[in-house]
Design a protein around this ligand. Structure first.
Ligand SMILES: Nc1ncnc2c1ncn2[C@@H]1O[C@H](COP(=O)(O)OP(=O)(O)OP(=O)(O)O)[C@@H](O)[C@H]1O
Length: 405
């Protein structure tokens, strides 16, 4: 079936399993060119034929039949647009130390929060002054932080459609939760997760949004099996997390790259050593480590800072080390909890484009974020939580109105 995850016993062979194909792929424009795609080349040079192939292939993004072709994010992609012919790397990520030219592009690219959305998309400019005033008034009303699900109901029909298409294509979800509930003992009357039902398929890029305390981190920690659910069902990478034996958990985590707001780098190790450590922990031979670590650091634009300690790097650079560490083993699933929470907008854009670039190689990416502009500009699937419940699951959604935090 379409499960491209590896298990402990088939780590090598599973990497050669073909990527599942499905109807409805990204528009040709957004399909990465393998020859010019450094991540695809990384996969190929690492001897992983299927990863290289999946990098060259359109990723599996199961769209709604009703959805339009995925729009390109209207920003220069520093990860796609090489600095020059001899630098086909990801070095174009804005350098925090340089005076950023990016903000202008960012400002132009990032659409203003548009909360007054029709089901088909943003309401266009009205020529009728009265209608425009009403829209303005409604937009203002929707800024009320109490605004929740009335204008953004869970799109259950879409979820059903997605499920149906995937099943027809024989694809299994990377993540499946059924009636997932988590009640922390300290808060017995307030579930952190309350009857959460989601399916995420291989190759998807999903934003997780919601108020502070809505349950995003609890959900991600549940997927990482850092938190054990109270009830319900959770499947990740084909593993039933309610039944998984403790000795299997390390194998589960090998399939998942994780990126956190506070980077979680080892302070006394260099960038190189932090990334190498991830491979040492899973027993990779020294030759593999020597080949892959510089390569992945080059891909995130840190070729010149491999020997720097974390406190010699800017926040954006530290986060790039963290992303490099998360992806060095090419996990099929990348979980990011507020990866840009500590970064300024231009640097955040670079990190998010990096995650998008990784997603285009076939990696499923789930990102919890409060970054409204980023979510609105990227037009990806958005799952919104409130009070531990899914209140919206939108194919190409925006941030919605959750007030400020
Ligand atoms: N270890 C814990 N023990 C008790 N309650 C917890 C624990 N962790 C989280 N909670 C509670 O669970 C709820 C969900 O918290 P969670 O951290 O998942 O939300 P969040 O959406 O990630 O918030 P933020 O955006 O601020 O990170 C909150 O009410 C929180 O107080």
């Amino acid at each position: 079936m379409g499960n491209h995850f590896r298990t402990s016993g088939d780590e090598q062979s599973a990497s050669q399993a073909p990527m599942p194909q499905a109807n409805g792929v990204e528009s040709k424009d957004s399909v990465p060119d393998f020859q010019s795609d450094p991540l695809a080349q990384h996969a190929a040079s690492a001897g992983d034929a299927s990863a290289a192939q999946s990098a060259a292939n359109p990723m599996l993004n199961i769209p709604s039949p009703a959805a339009p072709a995925q729009p390109r994010v209207n920003v220069p992609d520093p990860l796609v647009d090489p600095v020059g012919p001899s630098t086909p790397s990801l070095a174009g990520i804005p350098d925090p130390s340089a005076p950023a030219a990016a903000p202008a592009a960012t400002a132009a690219a990032v659409t203003a929060p548009d909360v007054f959305m029709t089901p088909a998309g943003a309401a266009g400019p009205s020529t009728d002054a009265d209608e425009a005033r009403q829209i303005r008034d409604l937009d203002a009303a929707l800024q009320n932080p109490d605004f929740t699900s009335v204008f953004a109901p869970a799109d259950l029909d879409r979820a059903q459609e997605r499920k149906k298409i995937a099943r027809q294509a024989g694809v299994e979800p990377v993540i499946l939760t059924e009636h997932l509930t988590k009640i922390y003992p300290a808060q017995p009357n307030k579930p952190a997760l309350d009857d959460v039902n989601i399916e995420i398929y291989p190759g998807e890029f999903v934003f997780l949004v919601g108020h502070s305390g809505s349950g995003k981190t609890t959900l991600l920690n549940t997927l990482l099996r850092n938190v054990k659910p109270t009830s319900g069902r959770v499947l990740v990478a084909g593993q039933d997390l309610m039944r998984i034996k403790n000795r299997r958990i390390p194998y589960l985590r090998r399939q998942i790259g994780a990126v956190f707001q506070d980077y979680k780098l080892l302070p006394n190790k260099t960038a190189y050593e932090n990334v190498a450590f991830a491979l040492q922990c899973i027993g990779k031979p020294r030759g593999v480590i020597r080949a892959q670590v510089p390569e992945v650091l080059r891909l995130v634009g840190l070729a010149d800072q491999m020997d720097s300690l974390p406190d010699q790097l800017s926040g954006g650079e530290q986060q790039r080390v963290s992303v490099a560490r998360a992806m060095v083993n090419r996990p099929p699933l990348l979980i990011c909890d507020e990866p840009t929470g500590n970064l300024d907008p231009a640097i955040s854009l670079g990190i998010m484009k990096l995650l998008e670039r990784i997603n285009r190689t076939g990696t499923t990416v789930i990102v919890a974020t409060h970054d409204r502009e980023m979510v609105d500009s990227m037009h990806r699937r958005v799952i919104a939580l409130e009070g531990g419940r899914v209140i919206r699951d939108q194919e190409r959604g925006g941030y919605g109105n959750y007030g400020s935090f």
